[in-house]
Write a protein that binds this ligand. Structure first.
Ligand code: PBG
Length: 324
């Protein structure tokens, strides 16, 4: 008789047949750096997450190193914004300064530094591309994204992660990186990125809410799964090395579809709204935070993610090392 419970009867057996594991090596921790001094400003909707000025960044980075996390995703909050988002490709921009600092400090030089490439934190209108008469321009935005990626690579980024969702930006960025000699700087492409309400807390953290309208003309419609595969296939053709699917929890089918159809490592972005919901429910005593977080991360692995970008990374790393 087939009795599936036989393999569940003790912990050693359960551990032995377990199909998926979350590894600290595969977690990526987002970090917000802000222009200014002596700033460690908590983000209200994301308990535990702060914006750090450069002088305070070591406080956070020491926690990253202690937790055994090996990779961070950097977001910048500049002191001024303009129509074109010029702060993004300013060689003295906040992310560039953070990259140079982290690469030159022996405490952090071993970390894999990923720079999010987008204009929305740097534009006065908060959109991810140039705007003309209320329309978000595509092709005119591409050189700006490419310049930004090159500037980050020059400052020390190990990978660049374009999150803007303009068409053809992976090709533009790849060509620009190659032309500048960054042949081996991988592109982690936000390919299946949906126009989602789960980004709300991030926009508070990164000061990047659109000033008018929404992002529906460039980010994907949450109702479309098949279209996500087109986005991914296109980005792979253009030269993406890694694919991000985002958000994660309400979009696990997307992760699964990509893993079935495409032979490329997948990164799940467990986004700000997902983090905020878990934190709020845990603070209310409604759920067990540790168990819930580890279950979510394991679920993302099971769906097909290879890596996970998550604001829970430091806690998760501590929990995982106490398990082993
Ligand atoms: C920038 C960007 C966003 C996120 C990552 N990069 C916000 C957006 O597209 O509005 C969201 C991350 C999160 O919610 O955790 N384009």
């Amino acid at each position: 008789m087939d009795r599936t419970r036989r393999l569940r009867m003790n912990a050693a057996l359960r551990d032995m047949v377990r199909e998926n594991h979350v590894r600290i090596d595969e977690l990526i921790y987002p970090v917000f750096v802000i222009e200014g001094e002596n700033i460690c400003l908590p983000v209200d909707s994301m308990p535990g997450i702060c914006q750090y000025s450069l002088d305070c960044l070591p406080r956070e980075m020491d926690r990253v190193v202690r937790a055994g996390i090996r990779s961070v995703l950097l977001f910048g909050i500049p002191s001024h914004k303009d129509e074109t988002g010029s702060g993004a490709w300013d060689d003295d921009g906040i992310v560039q300064k953070a990259l140079r600092f982290l690469k030159s400090d022996p405490r952090y030089a071993h970390l894999l530094l990923i720079a999010d490439v987008c204009l929305c934190e740097y534009t006065s209108h908060g959109h991810c591309g140039l705007v003309q008469d209320g329309v978000i321009l595509n092709d005119e935005t591409l050189p700006l994204l490419a310049k930004t990626a090159v500037s980050y690579a020059r400052a020390g980024a190990d990978l660049v992660a374009p999150s803007d969702m303009m068409d053809l930006r992976i090709q533009a960025i790849r060509q620009a990186l190659d032309a500048e000699g960054f042949l081996y700087t991988p592109i982690m492409a936000y390919s299946a990125k949906f126009s989602s309400s789960f980004y709300g807390p991030f926009r508070e953290a990164a000061h990047s809410a659109p000033g008018f309208g929404d992002r529906k003309t460039y980010q994907m419609d949450p109702a479309n799964g098949r279209e996500a595969l087109r986005e991914v296939e296109e980005d792979i053709r253009e030269g993406a090395d890694l694919i991000i699917a985002k958000p994660a929890m309400a979009y696990m089918d997307i992760i699964r579809d990509i893993s079935v159809h495409c032979n490329i490592p997948i990164v799940a972005y467990n986004v700000s709204g997902e983090y905020a919901m878990v934190k709020a429910a845990a603070a209310a005593g409604f759920i067990d935070e540790k168990k819930i977080v580890l279950e979510i991360l394991t679920g993302l692995k099971r769906a097909g993610a290879k890596m996970i970008i998550t604001y829970h990374a430091l806690d998760a790393a501590a929990w995982l090392s106490s398990l082993s």
